[in-house]
Write a protein that binds this ligand. Structure first.
Ligand SMILES: *Cc1c(COP(=O)(O)O)cnc(C)c1O
Length: 396
């Protein structure tokens, strides 16, 4: 605590404290894409997955950054996600809609010139009925969700797609169930083997066909899984698909989540902070009130279960996470009063300290994906390029 004061100059923008915001470094997304491309074989394309509003980072800005970083395709999960990208002016780029689509979404996706995924003749007919377009046939090699398990059916659908007027067979694909689990090798290998042999037969009939299977984890674990294109989401945002420290794989987290110290108050021994009195001070201490809560996506499961960086140091989040605020224990030193107005980092760097989405995920017993996706529309996304702000907070 003695160096509380020494640490204060770390905060550059104390002058104008801002409530919960997510600062997204588009240059980091660009570099992560460039970094992923170094893993790729010659000719393999990078498809940037920007579904779920770019994993919470903002779909449009993430897409632009990924394309600048060398991605040549985009992928989303729903009809409205395609529309958002097209309306933002991303017109010349191929977009793959990977999810199951209702008839309305299918029409929306095809009208927007997106590629869609099919796996049976009924679905192929729905594409034809919706006006036709480009399709990718999905083999379920073990994920057990979309796609057909039956390689013969997949081949039949591929042939039917090629022969249907108005429909173009653009690709074949699968999705791995265990790529992110490095302790599993046999199931991953089985999926890869099943897809590889089937894809080879379809590709033999149509050499320009785009064959794709790998998500971020698969790219980083096995070059054999790359085929003609890889579909990377989590890694382009600088998060680690294996839940480890992203730095170990030279990935750079693009998102910083911060708020500020709105109030510092003395909490005397025996007094409590927050709903349900889940924190009771054992000794006199200073409590910071930081305006961010589960209404912002800072989940209630982080009650008494997270650290916050303030003044260049880690401090424990104490008590219950409220909808709009949290309380943080600054310790007994009365000089903590001077931290009022300072920036509070929930995900990101401050001084020599760092909190990753992976750390937060571990505390919640979930995955990093869910941490950034959980950030709500109340949290403005502010875009910058290595510190240079590139626009006003997006209206959301
Ligand atoms: C979301 C998704 C991806 C991207 O996965 P990451 O683990 O984020 O790289 C790839 N393919 C499909 C089918 C997906 O749904």
């Amino acid at each position: 605590m003695a160096d509380l004061l020494a640490a204060q100059p770390i905060d550059a923008d104390d002058a104008a404290p801002v409530r919960a915001q997510a600062r997204v470094n588009v240059a980091a997304i660009e570099r992560n894409c460039a970094r992923l491309r170094t893993e790729l074989r010659r000719g393999a394309e990078l498809c940037a997955v920007v579904k779920a509003d770019g994993y919470g980072h903002g779909a449009v800005q993430s897409a632009r950054a990924a394309l600048a970083g060398g991605a040549s395709w985009l992928a989303v999960a729903s009809g409205s996600e395609v529309r958002e990208l097209r309306q933002a002016g991303l017109r010349g780029v191929r977009i793959l809609v990977m999810g199951a689509l209702s008839v309305v979404e299918l029409e929306e996706a095809l009208a927007a010139g997106a590629d869609v995924v099919v796996w049976n003749e009924r679905y192929l007919q729905a594409v034809a009925d919706a006006g036709g377009g480009r399709v990718h046939v999905k083999l379920d090699s073990g994920m057990g969700r979309l796609g057909t398990r039956d390689a013969a059916e997949a081949s039949r659908v591929a042939r039917a797609a090629r022969e249907s007027p108005g429909i173009e067979l653009a690709g074949v694909m699968t999705h791995f169930a265990t790529a992110d689990d490095l302790s599993d090798t046999s199931f991953f290998a089985r999926q890869l083997g099943a897809f590889k042999s089937w894809a080879a037969t379809v590709k033999a009939e149509q050499p320009e066909l785009l064959v794709h299977a790998a998500n971020s984890a698969a790219v980083l674990r096995d070059a054999e899984a790359q085929f003609d294109m890889v579909r990377c989401g989590i890694a382009i945002y600088g998060m680690d698909p294996f839940g480890k420290d992203p730095a170990a794989r030279a990935l750079e987290p693009a998102l910083e989540l911060s708020s500020y110290v709105a109030e510092v108050r003395l909490c005397e021994a025996g007094e409590s902070a927050g709903y349900g009195r889940q924190f009771v001070a054992e000794q006199d201490t200073r409590i910071a009130v930081v305006p961010i809560g589960y209404g912002d996506g800072w989940r209630r499961g982080l009650s008494n279960n997270a650290d916050v960086l303030i003044g260049g140091h880690r401090h424990p989040l104490v008590g219950t996470v409220s909808m709009d605020s949290i309380t943080v224990d600054l310790g007994a030193d009365a000089r903590a009063e001077r931290l009022r107005g300072k920036r509070a980092i929930l995900i990101g760097l401050q001084g020599s300290e760092r909190i990753t989405a992976e750390e937060v995920a571990r505390r919640l017993e979930t995955i990093n994906y869910e941490i950034t996706c959980a950030l709500t529309s109340r949290v403005p996304r502010v875009y910058h390029r290595d510190g240079a702000v590139i626009g006003e907070p997006a209206a959301r």
